[in-house]
Design a protein around this ligand. Structure first.
Ligand code: GLU
Length: 460
């Protein structure tokens, strides 16, 4: 059975790269009917926080990436690491080193000056020291692995040197805890960012020293911005939760993240979650850097908004929306859903609704000067608006079909084009030159507000 994991260090929010790593592991587990384990790597007490752990759990939950096992906390597993450290000491595969920082610096300088690698040279190997930092006795030779997504990697062990397993304060290092846990938890595949490539030979050596079978390793390509520099705040939000706050849908986010380094042979862009699970394969993960393109993400989000149920969008909007809107709770809900229906084909992120459809949400409407000049101050417009108001206020039913009929009849009677009524009417009701169909807009605003806005403009 496939066993994979996501193993974040809780030192900040869940960022885009971390979410992509989690997603690929999750997809692989679901695709193969395997197990996805969540492990929080919080041995660094100074940098790990409860808030960050929660942010990571929230991010995964928002994306719908459920784990089958865990979360395990490395901070609760210290006795396990101690046990394996002792095993390595007993087997003469690790030793205490008492070199001071100055000595280490000096040694490094010398090594570099004679053109040797700067890894620790092992001078404390045979001192029999009983305390200090615990170092791994790196064996001679080379460490080789075949990356799942790349070529062969080969490292000269002497260049790595005797690296630290446990610090002098007793805390184990990342490479040590990671290897021990991946072994004990039965990982079959380790899929993670390519920034971990230099750690892999160290972890492989620890696996070998402890007599464990290593998993397969695959390193995911870097994520770049559209300018080809590594993804950073300059390219937009890096935290996954910021996308929730900005009105992105988790389904769109997951779909987008899945394509950062993976594709199908026919370059399919849109996937349901089930389809994504079914089609996912490690064979089609690329080693080339992936580009995070905000415009494409927005486009994709727009597609998902268009397909979403209005009531679901309404409840998301209500969570995002801080300002109060008019009306009772019930009419607000109905209104919001109806407004969403008018706009869901036009917006890319949810908050756009509140700028495009602001005239639905507030009683005050502002008509920009430019629109007044261009549309409302023209000859005859005041009379047309007065006639329109009379006709609309007399209607007994106020649905789009009735309104349209009334406007077209009025245009005929006045001997003008329907557009000569519709453009000023739109300006008055929405303060804009473009909007969804004006008859739908009228119906949704309601007779009272329509007449009120017409009156207010005519008086001006
Ligand atoms: N805890 C490590 C990190 O957050 C990842 C460990 C791993 O995937 O091996 O970078």
């Amino acid at each position: 059975m496939t066993i994979v994991r996501f193993a974040p260090s809780p030192t900040g929010y869940l960022h885009v790269g971390g979410a992509r790593t989690a997603l690929f592991n999750w997809l692989y587990a679901r695709n193969t009917g395997g197990k996805f384990i969540l492990r929080i790597e919080d041995t660094d007490a100074k940098r790990s926080t409860q808030t960050a752990t929660q942010a990571i759990l929230d991010g995964l939950t928002w994306l719908g990436l459920d784990w089958d096992d865990g979360p395990y906390f490395q901070s609760e597993r210290m006795s396990i690491y101690q046990k394996y450290a002792q095993k390595l000491i007993d087997e003469n595969k690790a030793y205490y080193c008492t070199c001071s920082v100055d000595e280490l610096d000096e040694q490094k300088k010398q090594a570099v000056s004679i053109g040797r690698a700067a890894g620790y040279d092992g001078r404390c190997r045979d001192t029999g020291a009983k305390q200090g930092v615990l170092r791994f006795k790196t064996p001679d030779g080379n460490t080789v692995f075949y990356d799942l997504f790349r070529d062969k990697f080969e490292f000269e062990n002497s260049l790595i040197g005797d690296f630290v397993l446990v610090r002098s304060d007793g805390t184990p290092t990342y490479n040590f805890t990671c290897a021990v846990d991946d072994a004990l938890m039965g990982m079959t595949h380790v899929i993670r960012g390519d920034d971990h490539i230099p750690n892999t030979p160290k972890q492989l050596m620890i696996f070998a020293a402890l007599g464990f079978n290593p998993p397969k390793f695959g390193h995911l390509p870097l994520i770049l911005g559209t300018d080809k520099s590594p993804l950073s705040k300059r390219h937009g939000a890096v935290s996954v939760m910021a996308y929730q706050e900005q009105g992105f849908l988790p389904e769109a986010m997951v779909n987008y993240l899945a394509l950062l380094g993976w594709s199908t042979s026919d370059s399919q862009q849109l996937f349901s979650r089930e389809e994504m699970i079914e089609k996912f394969s490690l064979k089609r993960i690329t080693k080339n850097p992936a580009v995070f393109d905000m415009e494409k993400l927005q486009w994709m989000n727009g597609v998902y908004i268009k397909q979403a149920k209005p009531e679901e969008l309404a409840s998301l909007c209500k969570k995002l929306q801080k300002e109060e809107t008019e009306g009772t709770e019930e009419t607000k809900n109905i209104q919001l859903e109806e407004i969403i229906k008018l706009y869901q084909g036009r917006i890319k992120v949810l908050p756009e609704l509140y700028s495009l459809a602001d005239f639905f949400f507030s009683s005050e409407i502002h008509i920009p000067e430019e629109i007044c000049q261009e549309i409302l101050f023209k000859d005859g417009v005041q009379e047309t608006l007065t006639e329109t108001k009379n006709v609309l206020s007399a209607l007994e039913m106020f649905d789009p079909v009735t309104i349209e009929e009334a406007i077209r009849t009025l245009a005929e009677r006045l001997g003008i084009k329907a557009g000569d009524i519709i453009h000023p009417l739109r300006a008055v009701l929405t303060g804009k030159k473009v909007s969804p169909g004006i008859f739908e807009v009228c119906a949704l605003l309601g007779q009272e507000r329509v007449v009120q806005r017409l009156n207010a403009t005519i008086e001006r």
